[in-house]
Design a protein around this ligand. Structure first.
Ligand SMILES: [Zn+2]
Length: 261
């Protein structure tokens, strides 16, 4: 972690510093060496957040694009479950910088936990990902329903890992442009759009109240009907129709159908 508490104040790691974890309050020590970025580690090998991954220079560079008060924010769910968000903006967006592979179950858990989540994915971790991504994205099949977006068949490992995400995904290949993968995408349609790194950061940090400068406004321009075929709806438990009047049952079914959207 970049921060720990000393006397209740957030500090960055410096040689010889001792503090406590911002999330669990356990003792932490500053680790400042040649190999990894300066960070705080729990004493022993214990980790309080199973979702935490070791930070790379890439993580730190991303975090440092945002105010320090937004970095490493402890998020607590109603049931008491706690995790440390990489960034939480004034508007309540959580940004998670994901370098290593994440299992689909954990990705889903994190999307469920944070709700208003944007993944920023390191597209340079695997050698072939960038080349493959651009082969696919440059081979665009224009879809008349999405004239402003690139619609393509999601081939390759990067799409395989992220196509089913219900959150916003930004692929970072180290270029000036990030690639946004719309949450409307599904296994047969990847809807993507380049956006400059600078613009993406400014959407969050600019103080302007005017809506054109917000991330919400950006993606709502493309918030269209999902492409067909849509993902199969979740299996819902059968309703016990035992003593329900048929009209009530139909009403319930209709409500249920509407609530999917
Ligand atoms: Zn901890």
């Amino acid at each position: 972690m970049k921060y720990a508490l000393i006397d209740g104040q957030r500090y960055e790691a410096q040689s010889g510093f001792k503090g406590v974890c911002i999330s669990c309050g356990s003792p932490t020590v500053a680790r400042c060496g040649e190999v990894r970025v300066n960070h705080w580690a729990h004493l022993g090998q214990r980790r309080c957040d199973s979702w935490w991954e070791n930070e790379t220079d890439w993580h730190r560079a991303w975090k440092n694009n945002f105010p320090s008060l937004w970095q490493e924010i402890v998020h607590t769910a109603e049931n008491g479950e706690k995790h440390i968000a990489d960034i939480k903006t004034n508007e309540g967006w959580v940004l998670e910088f994901q370098h290593s592979y994440i299992k689909p179950e954990e990705r889903r858990s994190r999307e469920e936990f944070y709700k208003k989540l944007i993944w920023v994915v390191d597209g340079n971790r695997r050698i072939k990902d960038k080349k493959r991504f651009f082969e696919v994205v440059d081979d665009v099949s224009y879809n008349k329903n999405y004239p402003k977006l690139r619609s393509t068949f999601p081939e390759g490992a990067l799409f395989r890992d992220w196509i089913n995400s219900t959150a916003h995904v930004m692929f970072d290949f180290g270029d000036d442009e990030l690639w946004w993968l719309s949450p409307l995408s599904n296994e047969s349609h990847a809807l993507v759009l380049p956006i400059t790194r600078r613009q993406f950061i400014q959407f969050h940090i600019d103080d302007f109240d005017s809506s054109p400068n917000r991330f919400e406004t950006f993606f709502k321009n493309y918030d269209l009907k999902p492409p067909e075929p849509y993902k199969a709806p979740p299996i819902v438990p059968a309703i016990d129709v035992g003593n329900i009047h048929p009209n009530t049952f139909l009403g319930l079914m209709n409500n249920r159908r509407r609530s999917r959207f």
